[in-house]
Design a protein around this ligand. Structure first.
Ligand SMILES: Cc1cc2nc3c(=O)[nH]c(=O)nc-3n(C[C@H](O)[C@H](O)[C@H](O)COP(=O)(O)OP(=O)(O)OC[C@H]3O[C@@H](n4cnc5c(N)ncnc54)[C@H](O)[C@@H]3O)c2cc1C
Ligand code: SF4
Length: 376
C-alpha cells in the first residue's frame, strides 16, 4: 500500500481548506470503501482528511416538511430514524438491504454516495480499465459483465453505481449539498451522478476538493407509499443484480396520479425511469400498465450476453414493486401481465454447471434491523 498522510478535520471549513490546497487529498468517512480500494492500489491519495468526527448535523426536519441529513449520519442511524421510516420508507428499505449491520454502522451518508463501482476489472490493477486508468480499454465489455450496466453505458465503460441508498434518493428527488472554498452549493441527485461520456474516470459532477455536507429530501407526500426491492445472489451481504425504488399514488378510479421509479444496478447512475413515469401517470394501476411502462424504459437498454437477463429482471421488479404499492395481489400468475409471459430463464443466472441459480429478491420490512439486514 502506498504511504499517505493523515489529518483529522475538526470542522467543515478546515476540511475544505485542506482539500483545496492538497490536490491528491481525499476525505475519509467511514473508510469502508476508500480504505479497501487503497489496499488494492486502486485509490492512491497522498492525504486522507478524516471527516468522520466533523459535526455535519443529524437528521433534521426542514421548514417545508422535508429532511436534512448530515453527511456524517451513519447508514444504520438513517435507516432507523422515525421520520425516514414513516415519510420515506423506500430509503429505509434500501439502506437495510445493503452490506451488513457492521458496515452500515460504520458507513456514512457522504461516503455511501461516492462509493465506487464493484466492476472486477476496476478493482484489479493488473487489468485494463478506462475508469481506473484512462486509455487502457474496458476489460468488461468483452469480459465479465454479468453484474454491469445496460442503461447509460457506452463502449468506454459499462460499470454500475453499486449502491442501494442512492437509488432510493434518486426516486425521492434528493439534493446533494456540498461545500467548496467558494461556499455552499447544491446539485439535484439527477445532476450529481454522471454517465461515463468521454471520461469514465468521473462518477459524479462533484467539483474536485468539494466536501459533501448534507443530503436534503423534499417534502414528498407520495413518498409515504414507497418501497425498495433488490434482487441479488444471496439474501444478505450482496450487491444488487437489479433493484427498484418506487413511490406511487392512485386515485379512487384506480388511475395513477403520481409515481416515482428509479432502477439500481442498471447503469453508472441510479437510473430515474422518467419515461416509465410519464407513461404511467393517468393510466390504470395494473400489472399490465406497470409492465408496459418498464418495457418502454428498458427499450433503450444495451446488453451483453451475460447481462441481458437484467431487462426481464428489472421489468418484473418494477411490476412487483408497483403492484405492492398499489395494493394489488401480484404473487400469482396474471394473464394480463406481459412480464408474466416472459421466459423466466433469461433472468435466472446460471451456476458454473449451467444449472439455474436462485436470485434472492428481498422485501425487507424496513424496520430496525438485526446484524445482517434481517428485520427485527
Ligand atoms: C463487503 C461489503 C459489502 C457491501 N455491500 C453493499 C451493498 O449491498 N449495498 C451498498 O449500497 N453498499 C454496499 N457496500 C458499500 C458500502 O455501503 C460503502 O462502502 C459505504 O457506504 C461507504 O461509506 P463510507 O463512509 O465508509 O465511505 P468511505 O470509504 O470513507 O469513502 C468513500 C468515498 O467517499 C468519499 N467521501 C467520504 N465522505 C465524504 C464527504 N463528506 N464528502 C466528499 N467525499 C466523501 C471518500 O473520499 C471516498 O472517495 C458494501 C461494502 C462492503 C465492504
Ligand atoms: S466497465 Fe468501466 S469500470 Fe469496468 S473495466 Fe470497463 S471501464 Fe473499467
Amino acid at each position: 500500500m502506498k504511504t499517505f498522510e493523515y489529518e483529522r478535520a475538526t470542522d467543515v471549513a478546515s476540511a475544505v481548506a485542506t482539500l483545496d490546497r492538497t490536490p491528491n487529498a481525499k476525505p475519509l468517512g467511514g473508510g469502508t470503501n476508500l480504505v479497501d480500494l487503497m489496499k488494492l492500489g486502486v485509490e492512491r491519495p497522498d492525504l486522507l482528511v478524516d471527516v468522520s468526527r466533523v459535526d455535519f448535523g443529524g437528521v433534521d426536519e426542514l421548514p417545508d416538511g422535508g429532511l436534512r441529513i448530515g453527511a456524517g449520519v451513519r447508514n444504520s442511524d438513517l435507516a432507523a430514524h422515525p421520520l425516514v421510516r414513516t415519510r420515506y420508507p423506500a430509503l429505509t428499505r434500501a439502506l437495510v438491504s445493503a452490506a451488513s449491520g457492521q458496515l452500515r454502522n460504520q458507513a456514512t451518508t457522504g461516503g455511501n454516495l461516492l462509493q465506487r463501482t464493484r466492476c472486477t476489472y476496476f478493482m484489479d490493477t493488473t487489468k485494463p480499465c478506462n475508469k481506473r486508468e484512462p486509455g487502457t480499454g474496458c476489460g468488461a465489455v468483452a469480459g465479465l459483465s454479468r453484474e454491469l450496466g445496460i442503461l447509460g453505458v457506452n463502449d468506454l465503460c459499462i460499470a454500475t453505481h453499486p449502491g442501494d441508498m442512492a437509488v432510493a434518493l434518486a426516486a425521492l428527488d434528493a439534493i446533494v449539498v456540498f461545500e467548496t472554498v467558494d461556499g455552499e452549493q447544491r446539485l439535484p441527485i439527477d445532476e450529481f451522478f454522471r454517465e461515463p461520456g468521454d471520461d469514465p474516470t468521473r462518477d459524479t459532477n462533484l467539483p474536485s476538493g468539494a466536501l459533501i455536507t448534507a443530503v436534503e429530501l423534499p417534502s414528498l407526500p407520495v413518498a409515504t407509499n414507497s418501497t425498495y426491492r433488490k434482487a441479488r445472489d444471496r439474501r444478505s451481504y450482496a450487491f444488487a443484480l437489479g433493484s427498484v425504488a418506487a413511490a406511487l399514488s392512485v386515485d379512487e378510479a384506480g388511475l395513477v396520479t403520481d409515481v416515482r421509479i428509479a432502477l439500481g444496478a442498471a447503469s453508472p447512475v441510479p437510473w430515474r425511469a422518467r419515461k416509465a413515469e410519464e407513461a404511467l401517470v393517468g393510466s390504470p394501476a395494473t400489472p399490465a400498465s406497470f409492465a408496459a411502462a418498464a418495457q418502454l424504459e428498458l427499450a433503450a437498454a444495451t446488453t451483453t450476453e451475460q447481462n441481458a437477463f437484467k431487462v426481464p429482471l428489472l421489468t418484473r421488479l418494477v411490476v412487483g414493486v408497483l403492484s405492492e404499492l398499489a395494493g394489488l395481489d401480484h404473487e400469482g400468475d396474471d394473464p394480463a401481465d406481459p412480464a408474466e409471459d416472459a421466459d423466466p430463464s433469461p433472468f435466472r443466472p446460471t451456476g458454473a454447471d449451467g444449472s439455474p441459480r436462485r436470485v434472492a429478491a428481498d422485501v425487507d420490512p424496513g424496520a430496525a434491523t438485526g446484524p445482517e439486514g434481517s428485520a427485527s
